[in-house]
Design a protein around this ligand. Sequence first.
Ligand code: ATP
Length: 289
Amino acid sequence: MRICFILNPTSGTNRTQDVPALLTRYATAAGAEFEIQPTAYAGHAEQLARQAAAAGCRVVVAVGGDGTVNEVARGLLGTSAALGIVPRGSGNGLARHLHIPLDLPGAVRRACQPTFQRIDAGEINGRPFFCTAGLGFDAHVSKMFARAGTRGLSTYVKVALREYRRYRPVPVQVTLQGQKLFDTHCYVLAFANAAQYGNNAYIAPRANIQDGLLDVCLIDGLSLPRAVRVGLGLALGTLATSGGAVYHTTQQVRVRSAAPLGFHVDGDYVEDATDFEVVLHPLALEVAV
Ligand SMILES: Nc1ncnc2c1ncn2[C@@H]1O[C@H](COP(=O)(O)OP(=O)(O)OP(=O)(O)O)[C@@H](O)[C@H]1O
């Protein structure tokens, strides 16, 4: 079985580690036949993943955060290679959901001696996602976080608190499965394939990544008491029962917004739009876990 590690050299906070040397050490110890391909620019991992699959690699491993995982997984859709993950980001949402070890030696061993499963994949306005996508405040925070200059959980929390004071919900019309359902306000409208954003922040604690359904989580406003409830719910995995959010499960969602709204895929801000088409592709990706 051939394995290709696709390494984002810019991900993670520990830049002093010689990651290629560590991957080589642990993959050799696991008896793997492997290669390591570093990315040269943002977006490169998708192309490298597709090439590795075409060259016959059975497992293509994203070594990085959820952004790199998204790129590699995107490249593997429709191929016969499975996605592995060596988590090196700050959130690691998909790795956590799939119970992949968060330490490098454990994750490399898992990628070299995996079991295989299939998981669902989401798509928003033509862009695949595997963990979560969303409109509103979470996308806005992703956009501001990308501009912050530093990364990590503490920057994320600082940016979120600062933006909370400024952000206002936007009127939206949400249609589930082709049937008009409601006019509401969007503070956050999250589409969850996996249960968490990353960092064990559970936006949709009941989400099942193999059930052919998206868990749609709506937060229509965020007064301070509700923000506290939502924050606790995210951290404790109790958001679905806390009254802070409303949930639906569906395979397809359409959203029309009264004003441009930002959206993110797997935590990376994409752009602003007023029309959103979200679909779920059941069991579209094989994972090595
Ligand atoms: N060689 C590269 N140079 C610059 N950017 C890159 C390179 N390779 C990948 N990227 C980009 O870096 C972005 C961030 O990567 P990733 O999400 O893997 O790490 P992270 O930001 O440290 O993790 P997290 O998102 O969990 O905080 C990705 O969206 C990817 O497009």
